[in-house]
Design a binder for this molecule. Sequence first.
Ligand code: FE
Ligand code: FE
Length: 326
Amino acid sequence: MSNQRYGAGIWHFATYVDRYATDGYGPPRSVIEAIDIAGQVKDLSVVDINYPYFGGEFSKEQIKVALDRNNLSVIGITPEIYTREFAKGAFTNPDAGVRRRAHELITEAADQVRYFGADYVKLWPGQDGWDYPFQVDHGTLWKHSLDGVGQLASENPDVKFVIEYKPREPRVHMSFDSLSRTLLGIEKIGLPNVGILLDFGHALFGGESAADSAQMAIDYGRLFGMDVNDNYRSWDDDLVAGSLHPIELFEFFYVLRKNKWEGVWQLDQFPFREDSVATATHAIDFLKAAGRGLDVLDIDALKEAQSKHDAIGALKIAQKALFSSF
Ligand code: FE
Ligand code: FE
């Protein structure tokens, strides 16, 4: 599929601080600088942008000018509902005033989505959850999660909201921790404009098969977006896509294509020590090879092998297609 579009979270082109390098792994960059760096990645056509815009006071018009000069458009807006103010949660914060503030911030993000003609508001409730036994009332926490998302979705029926689940970090246990739990919550909310953004690395981290998770999200009509990266499965390392789990990533893409899911293949990587343009380019080169692998995959032979649950037969077919495509 040669018209496949590629995207990235704009944070891929920022610099990072962690609890050790508190001076950062590089000088801070503004969102405008990050957009100009993203523009150097040849095959990138869309970005997901954090809101409020980082590194200064920028209007949406200024962001648009920077995007236009780099031939980029916006796929999603990610409201920062996981910063200091929301340390005890956004949707589930014990303070109703903070919950209201999260609601306001996400509502503003929905307006940015309308302005840019983006696909969705991305909800990443990384602080919504708990750390210790007995810390929270689990029923109340889950109810607040669903009420918060449901209210936004019903107030903004013209905008899609995607929930990106992950097992943990920064919260020791996140409320939206897995595909099945998130899907269950979305079905309970029961609105058409709430879906899932499936992060391949979060699925790995959670012990899921991303291919199986994608199939289930698609079967329920809820796969609204995806991003890819890689990790060692014990943490959300956000390493370059394809570096560790190429065959599982290939199966994930196979499921997308099999179901004619035609969204953007998006990068969510954190090149702490690497050059961000080289890292994104390397990942997209891998994704393109995976796409060529899908083109040459012997589907009939694969289906035949799968009909018998023939593991070695199926692997041979998949490995031949993927590894001959580089
Ligand atoms: Fe992600
Ligand atoms: Fe992540």
